[in-house]
Design a protein around this ligand. Structure first.
Ligand code: KG4
Ligand code: ZN
Length: 338
């Protein structure tokens, strides 16, 4: 029997500092996440310079805590994985420096991972994956439909042409006077509405898998401003539900079409917006009706975390695709060549 492979992974691409230890790509021994959201909330969004400084403050104790919770010593680690990109450059550098230092000191391989590959492979922490599959990646910075024909091979079928889904959620939430990050608040408010306010669906050209959310966002802002100018009370739950329905109908519609076109055996959901109850419900129902198996990871694996980075790193470990110690942070990084 092969000895267990224990990967320590580090994720610092945005405003979560996280370290995890995962055994053989699927068994999560620990997954420690420290969110900076309280710090950034007062500014209404992530301030990159503050994010980097907070990562510097937390990274050492987060790694120690991940090892402590996993109940293993440093000498029992097989490799160190780290998010190389995409993300905020200053934030990525903090994780990379920590990962390189550990890998060099322990004399174990370093594995650079693409953040979105991590989000997709969060699903592997929950269930065996069946290929070909289609992944819907929806987060604060990304909205992508990805065809995964075989393990570790990614082909982007469509992506947002403007705002990411989570970004649109956060901007609309701000206009409705809700705190950052707004996604969970809109999700809750939408559940209070009896009737949705009607808003446009942005399907774009018939054959495209791309998305666009800025028109919808502008429609919401115009509606709120008109109500304010007339002195009317804004129907906040109705707007939240109308916005949510307009976003998720398009996300789910395009995902099912992509799955049909690629003869997918499975659909997987990924990214922070995957926590959205409306999206989970509609996607579950639509996949069930289409006879398509769906994986929706638990919320702690949907939002940024290091366990997902370890899950993706496992693919590279098996193929011995290790990274040199001079890899750089890649704020913009192609998923296809991860
Ligand atoms: O994946 P993530 O943790 O960070 C990025 O890589 O961007 O995603 C964060 C995004 C935020 O925009 C947040 O508002 C959104 O996910 N989000 C939600 C929900 N929970 C988090 N959006 C809609 N409904 C939710 N329940
Ligand atoms: Zn993310």
């Amino acid at each position: 029997m092969k000895p267990a492979c224990r990967i320590l992974a580090i994720e610092t691409s945005c405003d979560e500092t996280s370290a995890a230890v995962v055994e053989n790509g699927t068994i999560v021994l620990s997954n420690v996440v420290s969110s900076q959201v309280q710090v950034h909330r007062q500014y209404g969004g992530v301030v990159p310079e503050i994010a980097s400084r907070k990562h510097v403050e937390s990274i050492t104790w987060i790694i120690e805590e991940a090892l402590r919770q996993a109940g293993i010593g440093r000498s029992e680690l097989s490799a160190v994985a780290v998010t190389q990109g995409p993300g905020l450059v200053g934030s990525l550098i903090v994780g990379l420096v920590a990962a390189k230092t550990l890998a060099a000191a322990l004399d174990v391989p370093l594995i650079g991972v693409h953040h979105i590959a991590g989000h997709i492979y969060a699903n592997r922490l929950v269930e065996e994956l069946k290929y070909p599959l289609v992944a819907l990646v929806v987060s604060g910075g990304h909205t992508e439909l990805v065809h995964v024909p075989e393990p570790g091979v990614f082909r982007i079928m469509g992506q947002t042409r403007d705002d990411a889904a989570g970004e649109a959620y956060d901007k609309v939430a701000r206009a409705l006077g809700l705190p950052y990050p707004g996604g969970p608040h809109i999700d809750r408010l939408a559940a209070d509405a009896d009737v949705p306010v009607q808003l446009p669906r942005s399907w774009l050209e018939a054959d495209t898998y791309d998305f666009s959310f800025s028109g919808l966002k502008s429609a919401v802002l115009a509606l709120i401003n008109q109500a304010k100018m007339k002195g009317d009370v804004v129907n906040r739950p109705g707007v939240a539900r109308g916005f949510q329905e307009a976003v998720i109908e398009v996300l789910v519609g395009k995902t099912l079409r992509a799955a049909r076109e690629t003869d997918a055996r499975q659909v997987v959901l990924a990214g922070g917006v995957a926590a959205n109850r409306g999206l989970r419900e509609l996607l579950s129902r639509s996949c069930r009706e289409a006879g398509l198996p769906l994986i929706v990871p638990p919320v702690e694996y949907c939002t940024d975390n290091a366990a997902m980075i370890a899950a993706a790193a496992w693919l590279k470990w098996e193929r011995k695709q290790f990274s040199p110690l001079d890899i750089k942070a890649e704020p913009i990084m192609k998923l296809e060549t991860w």
